[in-house]
Design a protein around this ligand. Structure first.
Ligand code: NAD
Length: 326
Protein backbone atom coordinates (compact mmCIF):
# COMPACT_ATOMS: atom_id res chain seq x y z
CA UNK A 1 0.00 0.00 0.00
CA UNK A 2 1.28 3.42 -0.93
CA UNK A 3 1.77 5.93 1.87
CA UNK A 4 0.75 9.41 0.70
CA UNK A 5 2.86 12.12 2.29
CA UNK A 6 2.03 15.81 2.07
CA UNK A 7 5.22 17.86 2.41
CA UNK A 8 4.57 21.56 3.01
CA UNK A 9 7.41 23.89 2.07
CA UNK A 10 8.93 21.16 -0.10
CA UNK A 11 10.48 23.73 -2.45
CA UNK A 12 12.44 25.21 0.46
CA UNK A 13 15.97 24.35 1.54
CA UNK A 14 15.22 21.56 4.03
CA UNK A 15 11.84 20.43 2.67
CA UNK A 16 13.36 19.83 -0.76
CA UNK A 17 16.25 17.84 0.75
CA UNK A 18 13.60 15.72 2.52
CA UNK A 19 11.69 15.15 -0.74
CA UNK A 20 14.88 14.25 -2.62
CA UNK A 21 15.73 11.77 0.14
CA UNK A 22 12.24 10.21 0.12
CA UNK A 23 12.31 9.74 -3.65
CA UNK A 24 16.02 8.96 -3.96
CA UNK A 25 17.63 5.52 -4.27
CA UNK A 26 17.77 4.98 -0.49
CA UNK A 27 14.26 6.31 0.17
CA UNK A 28 11.51 4.11 1.60
CA UNK A 29 9.47 1.94 -0.75
CA UNK A 30 5.78 2.63 -1.37
CA UNK A 31 5.59 6.39 -0.88
CA UNK A 32 3.94 9.10 -2.95
CA UNK A 33 4.76 12.72 -2.20
CA UNK A 34 2.78 15.89 -2.69
CA UNK A 35 4.67 19.15 -2.21
CA UNK A 36 2.53 22.10 -1.18
CA UNK A 37 4.53 25.31 -1.50
CA UNK A 38 3.60 28.95 -2.03
CA UNK A 39 6.94 29.64 -3.78
CA UNK A 40 7.66 32.75 -1.77
CA UNK A 41 11.03 34.49 -2.30
CA UNK A 42 12.50 31.50 -0.36
CA UNK A 43 11.00 28.76 -2.56
CA UNK A 44 12.76 27.41 -5.64
CA UNK A 45 11.55 24.61 -7.89
CA UNK A 46 15.14 24.09 -9.07
CA UNK A 47 15.73 22.34 -5.75
CA UNK A 48 13.40 19.60 -6.98
CA UNK A 49 14.95 19.27 -10.46
CA UNK A 50 16.46 15.86 -9.73
CA UNK A 51 13.03 14.37 -8.88
CA UNK A 52 10.74 16.42 -11.11
CA UNK A 53 10.09 13.61 -13.58
CA UNK A 54 9.29 11.11 -10.82
CA UNK A 55 5.70 9.85 -11.17
CA UNK A 56 5.46 9.62 -7.36
CA UNK A 57 5.83 13.42 -7.00
CA UNK A 58 3.03 15.97 -7.36
CA UNK A 59 3.61 19.69 -6.94
CA UNK A 60 0.83 21.98 -5.75
CA UNK A 61 1.41 25.72 -5.81
CA UNK A 62 -0.51 27.06 -2.83
CA UNK A 63 -0.61 28.55 0.62
CA UNK A 64 -0.78 26.59 3.89
CA UNK A 65 -3.23 29.24 5.14
CA UNK A 66 -5.67 28.41 2.32
CA UNK A 67 -8.10 26.25 4.34
CA UNK A 68 -10.06 24.96 1.34
CA UNK A 69 -6.95 23.84 -0.51
CA UNK A 70 -5.42 22.29 2.59
CA UNK A 71 -8.68 20.42 3.36
CA UNK A 72 -8.80 19.07 -0.19
CA UNK A 73 -5.22 17.83 0.05
CA UNK A 74 -5.52 16.38 3.55
CA UNK A 75 -8.41 14.20 2.39
CA UNK A 76 -6.03 12.25 0.15
CA UNK A 77 -2.96 11.94 2.36
CA UNK A 78 -1.80 9.74 5.22
CA UNK A 79 0.93 11.93 6.70
CA UNK A 80 1.81 15.61 6.78
CA UNK A 81 5.42 16.70 7.21
CA UNK A 82 5.22 20.42 7.82
CA UNK A 83 8.24 22.51 6.80
CA UNK A 84 6.54 25.56 5.29
CA UNK A 85 7.52 28.65 7.22
CA UNK A 86 8.95 32.09 7.11
CA UNK A 87 12.40 31.11 8.31
CA UNK A 88 14.78 34.07 8.42
CA UNK A 89 15.29 35.69 11.84
CA UNK A 90 16.47 39.03 10.39
CA UNK A 91 13.29 39.38 8.35
CA UNK A 92 11.20 38.64 11.46
CA UNK A 93 12.95 41.52 13.23
CA UNK A 94 11.90 43.86 10.40
CA UNK A 95 8.30 42.63 10.69
CA UNK A 96 6.78 39.60 12.40
CA UNK A 97 3.45 39.68 10.57
CA UNK A 98 4.24 37.18 7.82
CA UNK A 99 5.77 34.94 10.50
CA UNK A 100 2.61 34.98 12.61
CA UNK A 101 0.51 34.30 9.53
CA UNK A 102 2.43 31.43 7.93
CA UNK A 103 4.06 29.85 10.95
CA UNK A 104 1.12 30.09 13.36
CA UNK A 105 -2.07 30.38 11.27
CA UNK A 106 -0.65 28.08 8.59
CA UNK A 107 0.12 25.38 11.17
CA UNK A 108 -3.35 25.73 12.70
CA UNK A 109 -4.94 25.42 9.26
CA UNK A 110 -3.05 22.19 8.64
CA UNK A 111 -3.92 20.83 12.09
CA UNK A 112 -7.64 21.51 11.53
CA UNK A 113 -7.51 19.66 8.22
CA UNK A 114 -5.43 16.84 9.72
CA UNK A 115 -8.06 16.26 12.39
CA UNK A 116 -11.00 16.39 10.01
CA UNK A 117 -9.47 14.00 7.53
CA UNK A 118 -7.86 11.47 9.84
CA UNK A 119 -4.21 12.22 9.04
CA UNK A 120 -2.20 9.37 10.54
CA UNK A 121 1.00 11.24 11.45
CA UNK A 122 1.69 14.98 11.56
CA UNK A 123 5.35 15.98 11.85
CA UNK A 124 5.88 19.57 12.96
CA UNK A 125 9.38 20.58 11.86
CA UNK A 126 10.64 23.08 14.40
CA UNK A 127 13.88 24.60 15.61
CA UNK A 128 16.17 24.71 18.64
CA UNK A 129 15.68 28.49 18.60
CA UNK A 130 12.43 27.98 20.57
CA UNK A 131 14.56 27.22 23.66
CA UNK A 132 16.26 30.61 23.43
CA UNK A 133 19.59 31.65 24.86
CA UNK A 134 21.40 29.02 26.95
CA UNK A 135 24.50 30.35 28.76
CA UNK A 136 25.47 26.79 29.77
CA UNK A 137 24.28 23.22 29.28
CA UNK A 138 22.02 21.92 26.53
CA UNK A 139 18.24 22.06 26.09
CA UNK A 140 16.37 18.80 26.47
CA UNK A 141 12.85 18.33 25.15
CA UNK A 142 11.58 19.17 28.65
CA UNK A 143 13.38 22.52 28.83
CA UNK A 144 11.11 25.56 28.95
CA UNK A 145 10.51 27.45 25.72
CA UNK A 146 12.00 30.90 25.83
CA UNK A 147 11.92 32.25 22.27
CA UNK A 148 13.52 35.63 21.75
CA UNK A 149 13.00 36.55 18.09
CA UNK A 150 9.60 36.91 16.42
CA UNK A 151 10.64 33.95 14.23
CA UNK A 152 11.36 31.72 17.24
CA UNK A 153 8.20 32.92 19.01
CA UNK A 154 6.06 32.00 16.00
CA UNK A 155 7.66 28.55 15.84
CA UNK A 156 7.12 28.03 19.58
CA UNK A 157 3.46 29.00 19.17
CA UNK A 158 3.11 26.49 16.34
CA UNK A 159 4.75 23.75 18.43
CA UNK A 160 2.31 24.42 21.28
CA UNK A 161 -0.65 24.30 18.90
CA UNK A 162 0.55 21.03 17.39
CA UNK A 163 1.13 19.39 20.78
CA UNK A 164 -2.22 20.71 22.05
CA UNK A 165 -3.91 18.84 19.19
CA UNK A 166 -2.29 15.66 20.40
CA UNK A 167 -3.32 16.22 24.00
CA UNK A 168 -6.85 17.46 23.24
CA UNK A 169 -7.80 15.40 20.22
CA UNK A 170 -5.34 12.50 20.22
CA UNK A 171 -3.90 13.57 16.85
CA UNK A 172 -0.60 11.77 16.22
CA UNK A 173 1.67 14.81 16.30
CA UNK A 174 5.47 14.56 16.51
CA UNK A 175 7.68 17.62 16.83
CA UNK A 176 11.32 17.90 15.78
CA UNK A 177 13.60 20.71 16.96
CA UNK A 178 16.86 20.93 15.09
CA UNK A 179 19.93 23.11 15.30
CA UNK A 180 21.29 25.26 12.42
CA UNK A 181 21.45 23.52 9.06
CA UNK A 182 23.75 23.99 6.12
CA UNK A 183 24.23 22.34 2.74
CA UNK A 184 23.37 22.76 -0.93
CA UNK A 185 20.51 24.97 -2.10
CA UNK A 186 20.28 27.07 1.08
CA UNK A 187 19.10 30.59 0.33
CA UNK A 188 22.02 33.04 0.34
CA UNK A 189 20.37 35.19 2.99
CA UNK A 190 21.45 32.60 5.62
CA UNK A 191 24.88 32.81 7.23
CA UNK A 192 26.92 30.06 5.53
CA UNK A 193 25.66 30.53 1.95
CA UNK A 194 25.61 34.29 2.35
CA UNK A 195 29.23 34.34 3.40
CA UNK A 196 30.26 31.85 0.70
CA UNK A 197 28.41 33.81 -1.98
CA UNK A 198 29.91 37.10 -0.78
CA UNK A 199 33.45 35.74 -0.58
CA UNK A 200 33.17 34.04 -3.96
CA UNK A 201 31.97 37.38 -5.37
CA UNK A 202 34.98 39.21 -3.90
CA UNK A 203 33.11 41.06 -1.13
CA UNK A 204 33.51 41.48 2.65
CA UNK A 205 31.43 39.40 5.09
CA UNK A 206 29.38 41.15 7.79
CA UNK A 207 29.91 39.56 11.22
CA UNK A 208 27.33 40.60 13.83
CA UNK A 209 28.83 42.24 16.96
CA UNK A 210 31.83 40.39 18.41
CA UNK A 211 30.98 37.22 16.46
CA UNK A 212 31.13 35.12 19.61
CA UNK A 213 27.57 33.80 19.31
CA UNK A 214 27.65 29.99 19.47
CA UNK A 215 25.61 27.73 17.17
CA UNK A 216 25.49 24.00 16.48
CA UNK A 217 25.80 23.28 12.74
CA UNK A 218 24.33 20.16 11.17
CA UNK A 219 24.34 19.05 7.54
CA UNK A 220 20.83 19.24 6.11
CA UNK A 221 20.86 15.56 5.11
CA UNK A 222 21.46 14.56 8.74
CA UNK A 223 18.47 16.68 9.75
CA UNK A 224 16.34 15.05 7.08
CA UNK A 225 17.29 11.54 8.26
CA UNK A 226 16.27 12.51 11.77
CA UNK A 227 12.89 13.78 10.55
CA UNK A 228 12.25 10.58 8.62
CA UNK A 229 13.12 8.47 11.68
CA UNK A 230 10.64 10.50 13.70
CA UNK A 231 7.92 10.15 11.04
CA UNK A 232 8.35 6.40 10.75
CA UNK A 233 9.36 5.32 14.27
CA UNK A 234 8.74 8.21 16.66
CA UNK A 235 6.08 8.30 19.37
CA UNK A 236 2.87 10.30 19.08
CA UNK A 237 2.87 13.46 21.16
CA UNK A 238 6.62 13.45 21.59
CA UNK A 239 9.24 16.11 20.86
CA UNK A 240 12.64 15.11 19.44
CA UNK A 241 15.66 17.37 19.43
CA UNK A 242 17.96 16.85 16.46
CA UNK A 243 21.56 18.01 16.77
CA UNK A 244 24.98 16.58 17.25
CA UNK A 245 26.63 18.72 14.65
CA UNK A 246 29.57 20.96 15.44
CA UNK A 247 29.37 23.80 17.92
CA UNK A 248 31.23 26.93 16.84
CA UNK A 249 31.30 30.67 17.37
CA UNK A 250 30.21 32.63 14.32
CA UNK A 251 33.72 34.06 14.16
CA UNK A 252 35.37 30.62 14.10
CA UNK A 253 32.94 29.56 11.41
CA UNK A 254 33.75 32.71 9.43
CA UNK A 255 37.47 31.93 9.64
CA UNK A 256 36.81 28.46 8.21
CA UNK A 257 34.76 29.92 5.36
CA UNK A 258 37.49 32.46 4.59
CA UNK A 259 40.02 29.67 4.39
CA UNK A 260 37.80 27.58 2.11
CA UNK A 261 37.48 30.55 -0.25
CA UNK A 262 41.18 31.45 -0.13
CA UNK A 263 40.41 34.82 1.51
CA UNK A 264 42.15 36.50 4.46
CA UNK A 265 40.71 38.11 7.58
CA UNK A 266 40.70 41.60 6.08
CA UNK A 267 37.50 40.46 4.37
CA UNK A 268 35.64 40.51 7.72
CA UNK A 269 33.52 43.54 8.49
CA UNK A 270 32.16 43.74 12.05
CA UNK A 271 28.65 45.23 11.93
CA UNK A 272 26.18 46.21 14.63
CA UNK A 273 24.81 43.16 16.44
CA UNK A 274 21.38 41.77 15.55
CA UNK A 275 18.70 43.06 17.94
CA UNK A 276 18.01 40.59 20.77
CA UNK A 277 20.69 38.26 19.39
CA UNK A 278 20.86 34.99 21.34
CA UNK A 279 24.42 34.24 22.45
CA UNK A 280 24.29 30.48 22.54
CA UNK A 281 22.07 27.61 21.44
CA UNK A 282 22.71 23.99 22.37
CA UNK A 283 20.44 20.95 22.12
CA UNK A 284 20.67 17.63 23.85
CA UNK A 285 19.73 14.96 21.30
CA UNK A 286 19.97 11.96 23.66
CA UNK A 287 16.30 11.05 23.16
CA UNK A 288 16.38 10.56 19.39
CA UNK A 289 19.71 8.73 19.71
CA UNK A 290 18.45 6.33 22.40
CA UNK A 291 14.94 5.78 21.09
CA UNK A 292 15.43 5.87 17.34
CA UNK A 293 19.14 5.12 16.88
CA UNK A 294 19.84 8.50 15.28
CA UNK A 295 23.42 9.56 14.67
CA UNK A 296 24.68 12.35 12.43
CA UNK A 297 26.78 10.89 9.65
CA UNK A 298 28.55 13.91 8.16
CA UNK A 299 32.00 15.04 9.21
CA UNK A 300 31.66 18.81 9.66
CA UNK A 301 34.89 19.87 7.94
CA UNK A 302 34.21 17.61 4.95
CA UNK A 303 30.60 18.74 4.75
CA UNK A 304 31.59 22.41 4.87
CA UNK A 305 34.15 21.83 2.12
CA UNK A 306 31.51 20.00 0.05
CA UNK A 307 29.09 22.88 0.60
CA UNK A 308 31.67 25.48 -0.46
CA UNK A 309 32.37 23.43 -3.60
CA UNK A 310 28.65 23.22 -4.31
CA UNK A 311 28.28 27.02 -4.15
CA UNK A 312 31.36 27.44 -6.33
CA UNK A 313 29.78 25.14 -8.93
CA UNK A 314 26.21 26.53 -8.76
CA UNK A 315 26.67 30.26 -9.19
CA UNK A 316 23.79 30.40 -11.65
CA UNK A 317 21.39 29.24 -8.93
CA UNK A 318 22.47 31.58 -6.16
CA UNK A 319 23.66 34.72 -7.96
CA UNK A 320 20.19 36.21 -8.65
CA UNK A 321 19.10 35.43 -5.08
CA UNK A 322 22.28 36.85 -3.59
CA UNK A 323 21.85 40.16 -5.39
CA UNK A 324 18.36 40.48 -3.89
CA UNK A 325 19.44 39.36 -0.41
CA UNK A 326 22.22 42.00 -0.17
P1 NAD B 1 13.11 27.99 3.69
O1 NAD B 1 12.82 29.42 3.97
O2 NAD B 1 14.27 27.62 2.85
O3 NAD B 1 11.83 27.32 3.00
C1 NAD B 1 10.51 27.60 3.38
C2 NAD B 1 9.59 27.12 2.27
O4 NAD B 1 8.24 27.35 2.69
C3 NAD B 1 9.79 27.88 0.95
O5 NAD B 1 9.81 26.97 -0.13
C4 NAD B 1 8.56 28.78 0.88
O6 NAD B 1 8.15 29.03 -0.48
C5 NAD B 1 7.53 27.95 1.62
N1 NAD B 1 6.46 28.77 2.20
C6 NAD B 1 6.59 29.93 2.91
N2 NAD B 1 5.38 30.40 3.25
C7 NAD B 1 4.46 29.50 2.77
C8 NAD B 1 3.05 29.42 2.83
N3 NAD B 1 2.31 30.37 3.44
N4 NAD B 1 2.44 28.36 2.25
C9 NAD B 1 3.17 27.39 1.63
N5 NAD B 1 4.50 27.44 1.53
C10 NAD B 1 5.15 28.47 2.10
O7 NAD B 1 13.18 27.31 5.11
P2 NAD B 1 14.09 26.06 5.59
O8 NAD B 1 15.39 26.57 6.05
O9 NAD B 1 14.02 24.99 4.57
O10 NAD B 1 13.29 25.62 6.89
C11 NAD B 1 12.22 24.67 6.80
C12 NAD B 1 11.66 24.42 8.18
O11 NAD B 1 12.68 23.94 9.04
C13 NAD B 1 11.10 25.67 8.84
O12 NAD B 1 9.90 25.33 9.48
C14 NAD B 1 12.16 26.07 9.85
O13 NAD B 1 11.58 26.71 10.95
C15 NAD B 1 12.75 24.73 10.22
N6 NAD B 1 14.16 24.74 10.66
C16 NAD B 1 15.11 25.36 9.91
C17 NAD B 1 16.45 25.30 10.33
C18 NAD B 1 17.55 25.93 9.49
O14 NAD B 1 18.70 25.93 9.90
N7 NAD B 1 17.28 26.46 8.30
C19 NAD B 1 16.79 24.63 11.48
C20 NAD B 1 15.80 24.01 12.22
C21 NAD B 1 14.49 24.06 11.77
Amino acid sequence: MTRHILVTGGAGFIGSAYVRALLGPTGPPGVAVTVLDALTYAGSLARLDSVTGDARLTFVHGDVCDARLVERLAAHHDDIVHFAAESHVDRSIESGTAFARTNVLGTQTLLDAALRHGIRTFVQVSTDEVYGDLPTGAATEESPLNPNSPYAASKAAADHLALAHHRTHGLDVRVTRCSNNFGPYQHPEKLIPRFLATLLSGGAVPVYGDGLQIRDWLHVDDHVRGIELVRTAGHPGRVYNIGGGTSLTNLDLTHKLLELCGADRSRIEHVEDRKGHDRRYAVDHTRITRELGYRPSYDFEQALLGTADWYREHTRWWQPLHRVAL
